[in-house]
Design a binder for this molecule. Sequence first.
Ligand code: 8IG
Length: 277
Amino acid sequence: MHSTAPHPLDDPGASPFGIAQKAAEQLAERTGVDRHDIALTLGSGWGRAADLLGETTASIPAVDIVGFSAPALAGHAGTLRSVLLPNGARALIIGARTHYYEGHGVRRVVHSVRTAAAAGARTMILTNGAGGIRDTWTPGTPVLISDHINLTADSPLEGATFVDLTDLYTRRLRDIARTVDPSLDEGVYCQFRGPHYETPAEVQYAKAIGGHIVGMSTALEAIAAREAGMELLGMSLITNLAAGIQTTPLSHEEVLDAGKAAEARLGDLLARIVSAL
Ligand code: 8IG
């Protein structure tokens, strides 16, 4: 199978911000909502939040919007939803994540974040399913991301764009999340390239350099969100202990099962956090 049309973000001469602007215009047209205030990317285990946040007023296949790619994975919904929150604000729910490991380049990975920013969102919530390094985190535990270590050796920024990443996952938003659930722990997220899980030695390396969570998303998107001036909240669902921390092999099924089991509770948690923002 091969696609017929070249992907617009693969043209090095095209501006990714121009394409995000066009995507935001298409989104406004398709949803009938001129401006979204907040955007949420829902990763493994977090999908239920979309139903609990408010009233879905439009649901669009992401591939209908310029720059978005077809979902690579079953369980990754591939839709963009506009949700009317109880306070009247508009949320854009991104159920269509392009992962770095798909090999389509970082522009495609961060396109959804740039589109959300172009659609007006000032707050970005990035969620994911991930492996835990702290052995006190049992599968099904949600944790706040306090900071990240980007192990992809890549960046969504092009050229001499020296963006400050201090307080990237802002303390302000983490504190608000803890007003909703004071038991929420936090940790440093390490983005590996994947798609393989880590070796036990790599997990020990991540731990030694200050990591607590291992995953395959979020950090590159977070950088793009900061570049766009958005305030960011990151949350991981620990679906498994990282390789070698747990003694049994990791499986994608195990990860999906842990996500499903936690989904209702996470959805409720996220809905309550969003209404506290
Ligand atoms: I879910 O243990 C999930 N995603 N890199 N390691 C990495 N990504 C993950 C893991 C994990 N669990």
